[in-house]
Design a binder for this molecule. Structure first.
Ligand SMILES: *Cc1c(COP(=O)(O)O)cnc(C)c1O
Length: 363
């Protein structure tokens, strides 16, 4: 059994993907080929937002947005300690300081109630993560942000395709970034990402930053990055996109099957009624996780831990003076979370095996 079965997906979608790759090879426009713009238009439409700008990764998309907002040394960005390192890393890369605010105990997303107390005159933005495929509480977050005149950047690297009150992730704030890393809900076959923004001027800025700050050939107006999305990756994503809605439904079906088997016996993911999750991860919480993981491994069941250490306890942040930061909910969650195999091609029989083994392991 695979934790995320990329091979099963490729076998199911082989024909359109092979064709898309062949077309790129035949045209040999590997950088800025027409598929990049086609994908940007298709995904802007999918999300329902004005502008999409392709990037070489989710990390670069997040970074470019912070650069475009001219966030830098002396600035603070409020974010969650319960995420992949890239979220806080991009804040540090522009020279600003992440301010970690604890998460809600049910969703493990940024707790909007705690944001206001963390705002200072140096705060420049709020950067929530839509963790495990479920959107953060954007009504509450946007309301706090609006009261203080702060922009909100959704780290939607795990939530592309998710919805909040019927509106898609990446279209809920002034800016968002997603990732097409192969294991994400909409994955390519290498690294890739995209920024989504409402403002046309910001979109133009992002295109300049993406290409070394270039405004016309060999004229550079600002310091940028080499952040382009490959034509090949855009073509693969265009081939996969028509199947994405069906894959989201398959993920939700798989989540329902896990819930039927595990609810009441293991702490299953809490999805709020306003949310439609894409289940980038199906993450349960257990006591004595190490033992449970070992038992599952010996039953041939792969698992993962997202994440074993909250960001404020990572060596890099401890070295930067974050010892005094206290985020008890994130710290506790880091000891309990256990992600089970989850992907659109998981069979009922496989899920039955996972559930049986898990229930035995926690008994
Ligand atoms: C995957 C991920 C990223 C980074 O995306 P890349 O495309 O790998 O750079 C950022 N934030 C979160 C929450 C992620 O899960």
């Amino acid at each position: 059994m695979e934790f995320i079965d990329l091979q099963a997906q490729y076998q199911a979608l082989r024909q359109p993907i092979d064709l898309a790759i062949r077309e790129v090879l035949d045209a040999s426009r590997y950088i800025n080929g027409p598929q990049v713009k086609q994908l940007e238009e298709a995904l802007a439409g999918f999300v329902g937002v004005e502008h999409a700008v392709g990037f070489s990764s989710g990390t670069d998309a997040l970074l470019a947005i912070l650069m475009a907002w001219e966030i830098g040394p002396g600035d603070e960005v409020i974010t969650t300690p319960f995420s992949f390192i890239a979220t806080a890393e991009t804040i540090c890369l522009v020279g600003a300081r992440p301010v970690f605010v604890d998460v809600s105990p049910d969703t493990l997303n940024l707790d909007p109630e705690l944001i206001e107390a963390a705002i200072t005159p140096r705060t420049r933005a709020i950067m929530p993560v839509s963790l495990f495929g479920q959107c953060a509480d954007f009504d509450a977050i946007n309301a706090v942000a609006a009261r203080h005149g702060l922009p909100v950047l959704e780290d939607a690297c795990q939530s592309f395709g998710a919805a909040y009150q019927g509106r898609r992730s990446c279209g809920l704030t002034e800016a968002a970034a997603t990732s097409f890393f192969p294991a994400k809900p909409l994955g390519c076959y290498g690294d890739g990402g995209m920024a989504f923004v409402r403002d046309g001027e910001l979109a133009r800025q992002l295109r300049v930053i993406r290409e070394h700050g270039q405004v016309e050939q060999y004229r550079h107006a600002v310091i940028g990055i080499n952040g382009r999305l490959d034509t090949l990756q855009a073509a693969i994503l265009l081939a996969k996109l028509p199947h994405f809605e069906a894959e989201i439904r398959a993920r939700q079906m798989a989540a329902r099957r896990y819930a039927e088997r595990l609810e009441g016996r293991v702490r299953i993911p809490a999805i709020r009624p306003e949310n439609l999750s894409v289940f980038a991860q199906y993450t349960v919480r257990v006591a004595e996780r190490a033992t449970v993981r070992e038992k599952l491994a010996s039953a041939g069941i792969p698992t993962a831990v997202h994440y074993p250490t909250p960001l404020h306890r990572q060596p890099v942040f401890m070295a930067m003076g974050y010892e005094g930061v206290d985020c008890p909910v994130a710290t506790q969650a880091a000891q309990e979370v256990l992600s089970l195999p989850m992907h659109p091609y998981l069979t009922e029989e496989q899920q039955e095996r996972v559930a049986q083994a898990l229930l035995q392991a926690v008994a």
